[in-house]
Design a binder for this molecule. Structure first.
Ligand SMILES: Cc1cc2nc3c(=O)[nH]c(=O)nc-3n(C[C@H](O)[C@H](O)[C@H](O)COP(=O)(O)OP(=O)(O)OC[C@H]3O[C@@H](n4cnc5c(N)ncnc54)[C@H](O)[C@@H]3O)c2cc1C
Length: 420
């Protein structure tokens, strides 16, 4: 490949904070909220002009995994900030139980069924309100570009935006980019299913349509406020951490959308396109290698983890091509999966945590994803306060703080005993 040499230059330092969260999807939102509420000065950097990531830009409008989809599902395994967000959305008319996953009851504050449908426009507003109330500083329209690393520590990160190239300094950085951009640029090891024996999950262009009748009582449909969200064209064999693949996927999916709509109009002639997602939905890219990697055995057995900080009870949607439901209440997420093996002042949030592919496929869903990310933000703040590296954090203290904030950090032992 031909190359050019970029001259070295001085970069202005435009911001400093205790905790820098890179990425403002649901993971970044929860991590920033938790860090700020724990008293850390917190800055969140997001490339778009709004929050939500896949949930808003990707129009993936269902939070799945508040509990097991099938029995045993009597325990809600995600609460804390994720439930608070649902309650705020509910109060703002932006959340409801939907029938896509067969739950037909009404919703009440403080409790969630397996899946919750939300209005992405309301999520943008409510998310912004919650972060601003907590005192999180936002840098929108700002792309993380690179990390300056010395030894195992990030010294500064470099961003690009309309003002040019800028530097930002933090004590602890949270990688909530979904794709693990921060860690990958900082040289940390990662796994990605592009080898001979593994395949990345497909990308899907989601879209929203009006003009369909309200769903019948027993009809499975993702619906809220008169609008239905549809899974549109999918594209396989593409890698969301590769710009060429991303371009090809967007073009292919957007070209195929017209056909999808034509088919839908055969059934519903009044169907009107409200929006195609501004960004094709990317399910899977890098998983950063952490101090521990959740194994298939962990997922299947649901065995207790001493440093558990959250629970994923979501099914594994694509386990060797099949949707596999857990036969227990959920598997526990060890804190060590949030700590990159190769970097000393970074934590992972959201879908780039250290997990084997089936564990990732379960925990990437937004309810467990938000629970994990609440723990990342709280841990980052605790690191700053205690002057410890993430690898040396007092985990029992973190678990206590999360529980005090209403989070479920482990499967309740008495419930586990009943199921076994
Ligand atoms: C088609 C599809 C269907 C799905 N179905 C469901 C479902 O039914 N229910 C469910 O719960 N989950 C579902 N998921 C999974 C779920 O939506 C995602 O795993 C989750 O939203 C990921 O959240 P995140 O915050 O970890 O990452 P992302 O949503 O990817 O957020 C990352 C954020 O970081 C920003 N960012 C990235 N790189 C940079 C950078 N370099 N600089 C600055 N900002 C950056 C992005 O703009 C984005 O806002 C689905 C996903 C897809 C794609």
């Amino acid at each position: 490949m031909r190359t050019v040499r970029e001259p070295a230059r001085e970069i202005p330092v435009v911001a400093e904070a205790d905790v820098i969260v890179v990425g403002g999807g649901v993971a970044g939102m929860m991590a920033a909220l938790a860090a700020a509420r724990a008293g850390a000065s917190t800055l969140l950097i997001e490339r778009y002009g709004f929050l939500g990531g896949t949930a808003t830009a990707g129009l993936m409008t269902s939070f799945n995994g508040f509990r097991n989809e099938h029995a045993p599902n009597h325990v809600q395994t995600v609460r804390g900030l994720a439930q608070e967000l649902v309650d705020r959305l509910l109060a703002a008319g932006g959340a409801c139980a939907h029938t896509q996953h067969g739950y037909f009851g009404p919703m009440k504050p403080g409790e969630s069924p397996y899946a919750v449908s939300f209005d992405p426009e309301v999520l943008k507003q409510v998310g912004l309100e919650m972060l601003q109330e907590a005192g999180v500083r936002l840098m929108l329209h700002t792309l993380f570009a690179d990390a300056l690393v010395q030894g195992r520590e990030i010294q500064a990160i470099l961003v690009e935006n309309k003002s040019g190239r800028q530097a930002i300094l933090g004590q602890v950085y949270v990688d909530a980019t979904g794709d693990g951009d921060l860690c990958a640029r900082a040289g940390a090891r990662y796994e990605i299913a592009t080898g001979a024996d593994q395949r990345l999950m497909r990308m899907t262009l989601m879209y929203r349509v009006a003009g369909l009748p309200d769903p019948a009582a027993d009809e499975r449909r993702l619906w809220i406020n008169g609008i239905t969200t549809k899974w549109g064209p999918g594209v396989g064999g593409v890698d969301g951490s590769n710009a060429e693949d991303l371009t090809r996927a967007e073009i292919e999916a957007n070209r195929a959308l017209r056909e999808h709509l034509a088919k839908l109009r055969e059934q519903y002639p009044q169907a009107t396109l409200v929006a195609a997602a501004p960004m094709i939905g990317i399910r899977e890219t890098r998983r950063i290698v952490g101090l521990y990697t959740i194994s298939e055995e962990d997922v299947q057995s649901g065995r207790p983890q001493p440093d558990s900080i959250a629970v994923s009870s979501n099914p594994v949607p694509n386990y060797y091509g099949q949707r596999v439901f857990l036969e227990h209440l959920g598997f526990e997420i060890p804190y060590r999966c949030l700590v990159p093996a190769d970097l000393d002042n970074v934590l992972l949030a959201g879908r780039c945590i250290s997990a084997c592919q089936p564990a990732f496929q379960s925990a990437r869903s937004m309810a467990p994803n938000m629970a994990i990310s609440q723990a990342s933000g709280a841990a980052a703040a605790l690191c700053v306060r205690s002057g410890r590296r993430p690898a040396d954090l007092d985990v029992p203290k973190l678990q206590m703080q999360l529980e005090a904030a209403g989070a479920v950090v482990r499967v309740p032992p008495e419930e586990r005993a009943q199921v076994e």
